[in-house]
Design a protein around this ligand. Structure first.
Ligand code: HEM
Length: 417
């Protein structure tokens, strides 16, 4: 993109300078003509043409830049909406609302029940499925309680549709106007559109696993498959990162004065490593959430009396323990979190004395602060047996951490090696 922009600028400069040459040669001809009246008229003409052209070049540049920034703000808006969807999805899951809408259709399920009869019909449909059957063994659910969980899931799904509209309508407009000038940008926008559509499908695929009576009995808490939950959350993280990263790249274009910073390559490598650990921790967090593994060991720093809990590899085949054994999954999430913490701390220690840009320093400090807040939130969530509000904060915290580290990456990318 940068190369493309430089290319465009050079092309325009070339046009301007060849026009300047024409001016010079025309002036010479006029001078030779020796007629001062005609000469000054030609000079005026030429000057005004030259001025017009330069003004056009400048205004076109400014216009293009403003258009690029417009696209950037739109992508950041989409990222914000995905952030909202993840937060809402977390609360939906934590309030056990996710299995209340038992059918899926892109358009028809947009209409909520309007009257008592329609609500009762919706409730009757829900009663056919394992979650209601399990819950009603201990306490009868009221229609009002059902309305609450249904509304939570409905809002989450409608929010997903709103993201679709907020992305596809402007994307079609920008594409029709040829605003995605770079091939890479076009590919990225296709990827975002594809992921957005896939996310809707994956969401329903996940919910279906919680509704399936062959996978859930009436005697234990019906759960969606942890694999599908992790896929849904991972896709959301990828989509969020794509929107955020592309948006930031379009918006943060103010030229920087720094030409090179010693050891910047090392700082960039550390930031990449931190990103890797952070994403791995977050994905493993989705497995903790999917298996309710936050309720197996509610002590910290030890697992009850042990540093390494027993039965980490109790299941056969062994690989299944990494995704299906709640103890192992919690153990891995905790330890990946420590690695993320160490990696971001090292990044901060490496970058804090470097002559970075002001914004890069802010991003570095924000990442450092956020990783400690996030770890503290995780520990508090665990010690308090996963209350909804703390778990929701911990989940939103992971998105905030991703944002700061991606922002840091974008700022560092602008500093040459
Ligand atoms: C870099 C640090 C961390 C990151 C990025 C992170 C990220 C995540 C994510 C994305 C989830 C899934 C949330 C959901 O889907 O609802 C999660 C769940 C969880 N994490 Fe962490 N985490 C971190 C540190 C920790 C630590 C240090 C602990 C405790 C020692 C912890 C305990 C938990 C627990 C108990 C859950 C399950 C909450 C639930 O059931 O909703 N996390 N984490």
């Amino acid at each position: 993109m940068l190369i493309g922009r430089v290319g465009c600028a050079l092309f325009r400069l070339h046009n301007v300078s060849s026009f300047r040459q024409q001016i010079v040669s025309k002036s010479r001809i006029s001078f030779r003509a020796g007629n001062s009246g005609i000469l000054s008229e030609i000079k005026l003409n030429i000057l005004s043409r030259f001025n017009n052209l330069s003004t056009r070049v400048v205004t076109r540049n400014a216009k293009e830049e403003a258009q690029d920034k417009g696209i950037g703000w739109w992508l950041l808006g989409c990222a914000g909406m995905v952030y909202g969807a993840v937060a809402l999805g977390g609360v939906t899951r934590l309030t056990e609302s996710g299995l209340s809408m038992v059918n899926w259709d892109l358009f028809r399920t947009m209409k909520p029940p309007f009257n008592q009869t329609e609500w009762e019909a919706e409730f009757a449909r829900y009663k056919e499925f394992p979650e209601y059957k399990f819950k009603s063994t201990t306490e009868e659910m009221t229609l009002n309680q059902f309305k609450f969980i249904w509304t939570m899931e409905y809002l989450h799904r409608m929010w997903g549709r709103a993201i679709g509209l907020a992305f596809f309508i402007p994307a079609a407009y920008f594409a029709s106007r040829g605003r995605f000038t770079m091939t890479a940008m076009k590919i990225r926008m296709f990827a975002c559109g594809g992921l957005l559509l896939a996310q809707g499908g994956v969401g329903w695929w996940m919910v279906k696993s919680g509704l399936d009576p062959s996978l859930n009995s009436d005697t234990s808490v019906p759960r969606v498959s942890q694999y599908r939950l992790a896929t849904h959350l991972t896709l959301a993280f990828v989509l969020y990162s794509l929107f955020l990263w592309n948006g930031l790249r379009q918006v943060l274009t103010t030229p920087i004065t720094i030409t090179s910073v010693p050891r910047i390559g090392k700082l960039k490598a550390l930031t990449h490593t931190s990103k890797g650990f952070m994403f791995a921790t977050a994905i493993m967090g989705a497995f903790v959430a999917g298996l309710d593994a936050g309720l197996v060991y509610n002590s910290w720093p030890k697992f009850a009396n042990d540093w390494i809990p027993p039965n980490l590899l109790a299941r056969a085949p062994k690989w299944k323990n990494f995704f299906e054994n709640d103890v192992t999954v919690q153990f891995i999430h905790r330890n990946l979190a420590y690695l993320t913490l160490v990696s971001i701390t090292l990044t901060w220690l490496c970058g804090r004395r470097m002559g970075l840009t002001k914004r890069a320093r802010w991003a570095l400090n924000a990442s450092m602060g956020m990783v400690y807040v996030q770890a503290a939130l995780g520990i508090t969530t665990l010690l308090n047996y996963v209350p909804v509000w703390l778990a929701a904060l911990h989940q939103s915290g992971s998105m905030a951490l991703i944002s700061f580290v991606l922002w840091l990456g974008t700022e560092l990318k602008r500093i040459p090696k």
